[in-house]
Design a protein around this ligand. Structure first.
Ligand SMILES: Cc1cc2nc3c(=O)[nH]c(=O)nc-3n(C[C@H](O)[C@H](O)[C@H](O)COP(=O)(O)OP(=O)(O)OC[C@H]3O[C@@H](n4cnc5c(N)ncnc54)[C@H](O)[C@@H]3O)c2cc1C
Length: 243
């Protein structure tokens, strides 16, 4: 099936780390761009005589206007990630969407978001949505506990750190654990892989929802921990793999 193509103009580009960018777009000729937190768009661009299409999670919550954000990193030898990171403010990209079923369950339980790298993108959308940071001020977390466990190697790769720290300072129900696998001595925060911290948070519980996003290796390891080692029901572990 052919998807209707949209055009979006880049309005802001921020370097988050050496290889990672936060990009803000405005959909052209549309008053609004509606989607569900956790969904992605498909960017479609020509390369020679072919078209290349790649998925990117929406890193912003749905807003009352036509804007959205992406968070993406340059993949070595990759076409689309470098194409997008090389765009300048004012450039227009082609896309279709929103797509995807990696969205919050309607029965809101306590939840853990688990991410590595740019896998944090859908959780920025979900967290801002749940805690009314989408311009609406509307609370949608209904007193549930929301944990974000974010793993990376070095402190400079903890994307949106200030934003999440501020949310955790303002919202007693939001808990933020950035954990480093290769921390410098000066790092006073959590250490090790995300799975170790997920295990600590769940303890003996099996009644939460865990949402996982990132590269397959981490997603598989976290699913294995919860389903095989902790005996969780599969339906409580929701995931999106980037590779
Ligand atoms: C549902 C979904 C949502 C996604 N959301 C995001 C997002 O928000 N941000 C983001 O940065 N990426 C995201 N991705 C990954 C993205 O779609 C591309 O796969 C990635 O940008 C590489 O595309 P490319 O054309 O540059 O490289 P390609 O030419 O496709 O790949 C080049 C090489 O890199 C490997 N590779 C592919 N993807 C990755 C990766 N992510 N990391 C390391 N190696 C890789 C490939 O196996 C290949 O060998 C998402 C993927 C999916 C399926």
């Amino acid at each position: 099936m052919e998807h209707a193509l949209l055009k979006a103009r880049l309005t802001r580009s921020i370097l988050l780390s050496e290889k990672t960018k936060h990009l803000e777009f405005e959909v052209e000729d549309a008053p609004a761009f509606d989607f569900v937190p956790g969904q992605f768009i498909s960017v479609r661009e020509p390369r020679g005589e072919k078209f290349i299409t790649r998925a990117y999670s929406l890193a912003s919550p749905p807003r009352a206007d036509n804007t959205f954000d992406l968070c993406l990193n340059r993949v070595d030898e990759g076409f689309m990630s470098n194409y997008l990171c090389d765009r300048a403010v004012g450039d227009v990209v082609n896309l279709h969407g929103p797509h995807g079923v990696f969205v919050l369950k309607p029965d809101v339980d306590d939840m853990i978001f688990v991410a590595t790298g740019t896998g944090v993108a859908p959780f920025r959308s979900m967290a801002q949505h749940l805690f009314g940071r989408d311009g609406s001020g509307q609370d949608r977390h209904y007193g549930r506990q929301v944990h974000l466990v974010y793993g990376t190697r070095y402190p400079e790769d903890v994307y949106y750190r200030q934003e999440f720290e501020q949310l955790a300072a303002e919202e007693p129900d939001f808990h933020y654990t950035p954990t480093l696998s290769r921390p410098p001595e000066s790092w006073s925060g959590a250490r090790g892989y995300v799975q170790e911290h997920v295990r600590q948070i769940v303890g003996e519980r099996k009644d939460m929802h865990v949402y996982i996003c990132g590269l397959n290796e981490m997603v598989s390891a976290t699913r294995k921990l919860l389903i095989e080692e902790c005996g969780w029901e599969k339906k409580r572990v929701i995931y999106e793999r980037y590779d």
